[in-house]
Ligand binder design. Structure first.
Ligand code: UT7
Length: 308
């Protein structure tokens, strides 16, 4: 049975940067409140999901030393597709010039981890390389007069190239979770704006992240001490800190980019992973723990032995 290895990574964010101070011009908020409660200092906005995904995807393919015709499937995780129909992945497939299939995954902020695991499943049943992209333009479904949401969100995309390999490959363990009875905690109706019960999501998030991450560690036969880098969904620095503390993983071994990007939903884990790769924080054989949670609610964790 074929396993997987990750052979390339790339990101894209829109040029426009909005700082916390910029937001105070139109909202009753402050840099101090946003920084203390969330860890966010600035975010990129004005993105279009397909365009960011195309750029991130191209960069990941180039980073892998490949060309678009080397890719068999485009898997796009997004909650903010360009349109309801068609799936945005098809636009990305055409924009990059990938010859193979394309489909969207929507598991909100957990979507990138879901996508990575689905790519491993495709590899196991004989697919070629899969471009896994997490891209979201939350700014497009945000009411910029609502301070409870506007200070949190940002736009971006991150992509990885997943390649089948003989043997077990780099994905050591994974799990998915969902609880649709909690859909009301974080939602956006057709034509509407994002709504979130922040306090409830916060409480639930810490619990499910810790449970899911601990299960992934135990299924991989590892303990927290074996994890070289935790790559969590970037929703709130305080959630990341609480999860680190409960898991027993020091913050120094955690990838954090929320200060620069805010909450970018599906893009947040690949943005954080790419940042760690660029800053040479990941070496072959390192154990990475990816863990996400979000609307649905959904959650997912995966342990990788990097190019192990
Ligand atoms: O990615 C998907 C998952 N998303 C998340 O995981 C997000 C989870 N939730 C959170 O990150 C936090 O709950 C928030 C950052 C959304 C809010 O932080 P909080 O510490 O839970 O604040 P709060 O909602 O309890 O609000 C505290 C106070 C309130 O005022 P009072 O009632 O104490 O007078 C709010 O009205 O802060 C007020 N407030 C603000 N003040 C300044 C709410 N938003 C703002 C704001 N600026 N932007």
């Amino acid at each position: 049975m074929a396993g997987i290895t990750v052979v390339g990574s790339g990101i894209s964010v829109p040029d426009k940067v909005v700082t916390n101070d910029d937001l105070t011009a139109t909202l009753d908020t402050s840099d101090a409140w946003i920084t203390e409660r969330t860890g966010i200092k600035e975010r990129h906005v004005g993105g279009i999901t397909s365009q960011m995904a195309i750029e991130a995807g191209r960069r990941a393919i180039e980073d892998a030393g490949l060309v678009p015709s080397d890719i068999d499937v485009v898997l796009l995780s997004t909650t903010t597709p360009d349109a309801l129909v068609p799936g945005t992945s098809a636009t990305v497939q055409a924009g990059i010039g990938v010859p193979g299939g394309a489909f969207d995954v929507n598991a909100a902020c957990s979507g990138f981890v879901y996508g990575l695991v689905v790519a491993a499943g495709l590899a196991a049943i004989g697919s070629g390389r899969v471009l896994v992209v997490g891209a979201d333009a939350l700014s497009r479904i945000t009411d910029w007069d609502d301070r409870t949401m506007a200070v949190l969100v940002g736009d971006g995309a991150g992509a990885v190239v997943v390649e089948p390999v003989d043997g077990p490959g780099d994905l050591l363990s994974w799990n998915f979770g969902a609880d649709g009875t909690l859909r009301h905690l974080l939602m956006c109706d057709h034509g509407g704006y994002l709504f979130m019960d922040g306090k409830e999501v916060f409480r639930k998030a810490v619990r499910v992240v810790v449970e899911s991450a601990e299960r992934a560690l135990s299924d991989a036969g590892l303990s927290a001490a074996d994890i070289d880098l935790l790559v969590p969904h970037q929703a709130n620095l305080r959630i990341i800190q609480a999860a680190c503390q409960r898991l027993g993983i020091p913050e120094e071994r955690t990838a954090v980019v929320i200060d620069r990007y805010g909450n970018t939903s599906s893009a947040s884990i690949p943005l954080a992973l790419d940042d760690a790769l660029r800053n040479e924080r990941v070496s072959p054989g390192d154990h990475l723990l990816l863990t996400g949670f979000g609307g649905g609610m959904t959650w997912a964790s995966a342990v990788l032995r990097w190019r192990g």
